[in-house]
Design a protein around this ligand. Sequence first.
Ligand SMILES: Cc1cc2nc3c(=O)[nH]c(=O)nc-3n(C[C@H](O)[C@H](O)[C@H](O)COP(=O)(O)OP(=O)(O)OC[C@H]3O[C@@H](n4cnc5c(N)ncnc54)[C@H](O)[C@@H]3O)c2cc1C
Length: 417
Amino acid sequence: MKHVVVIGGGVVGLTSAWALAERGHEVTLIERGREVALGASHANGGQLSYRYVSPLADEGVPLKALRWLLDPDGPLRFKPEASWQQWSWMLAFLRACRGPVNRRMTERLLALGAFSQSAFGRLNDATLLSDIALRAPGKLVVYRKAEEFARVAGRLRTQPGAQERALNHDECVALEPALGDSDTQMAGGIFTPGEAVADCKQFCLRLAEALKAHPNFRGIVTAEVQGFVQLGANIAAVKTGAGQIGADQFVLAAGLQSRSLAAPLGIKLPLYPLKGYSLTAPITAEHRPPEVSVTDFEKKILYARIGDQLRVAAMVDLVGEDESIDPSRIASLQRAVRATFPKAADYDRAVAWAGLRPATPSGAPIVGATPVSNLWLNVGHGALGFTFSFATADIVAELISGRTSPVALDGLQLQAA
Ligand SMILES: Cc1cc2nc3c(=O)[nH]c(=O)nc-3n(C[C@H](O)[C@H](O)[C@H](O)COP(=O)(O)OP(=O)(O)OC[C@H]3O[C@@H](n4cnc5c(N)ncnc54)[C@H](O)[C@@H]3O)c2cc1C
């Protein structure tokens, strides 16, 4: 049994702490916030999207991005910075925008997603998580443009045995009647049964409670990690405002901030914040919310009913580490949701939130060993951190336990600089 310090109390750090404690390790979690899940895990889209995992980097995306940038209501914003991090990330992203690269990465992420789904099942059984508004209504990705829909539906036909189903407009409305209220006739949609949705923040709070009751859990230290104390090739302790905390092994799971924590150790993490927004609007008896999770493909907006609230998540803004809520982006999101699902929720009372997705150029998280022998990474989950966290937590915990990864790590590890 080892003493492991996990840095970061978002969904990735919490699931890592749990997976380690379950394997018999003593675990201390360090979180700088007054409670867990105040970072990207706070009010995200809530989708457990195990099969809809294709990374943003794809053929044709650079051209689409130029069009999106010209549209003030478009899903993308870019503010050029005099920052090496922004430009090197963008260059690596552009290099990944190739069909074969996207297909290879999608395959790996599908394997990771399938493993995550089974890992979540085990976690759910083990900890009796409740009150996280978990449902598995399936996911419907709707397309406004006929040619885009024809392209993906055609690709589906070449995949025998695929779970996904291509639906025309009427079939989409039959499956999800709330789409009938939309101002736009959708060309069609791809439905994936079994995809789930839950409240990520509530899940984090529940897991933190379950951890506190776990016999192998030493507790949550509320402190900011400022750096590491190195002893030869190893880390001996982390430096925090509350003093040094020593351990045998360390897991870096501090979301975007992992980048600056790893840098003094000579570890360059290719992370950049992709800022997104969400609205959380109450649903009352007079509303007609979508029951399945819906992704509006062209507008890049996700809709999920989470309990008695509608969660809408959207936008990818490359504007640096700026978590402020831009009123023009919220106004634009409000216009889009009112047009697409006008009767779904009380948008006048919607609560707006902005979060920074800790993203790698490839769209894949970085998991596993580092050049420092007792430092492990669980970072870079980008747009799918809730979905992948159960898998990557198990992977890190297995590796620290001296076993092999349950999922092939090809493409998911730290690349040599
Ligand atoms: C708008 C939006 C919608 C999204 N929708 C979905 C979705 O539908 N499905 C999905 O799967 N994913 C979604 N995501 C992505 C998902 O939210 C993230 O990938 C995930 O939350 C990342 O988790 P994390 O634990 O790595 O980071 P975080 O949640 O940011 O946690 C990192 C933690 O580390 C702490 N920390 C940082 N530095 C230090 C330090 N020095 N010392 C101590 N503690 C520190 C922070 O305070 C924070 O609590 C969405 C993200 C956004 C922004």
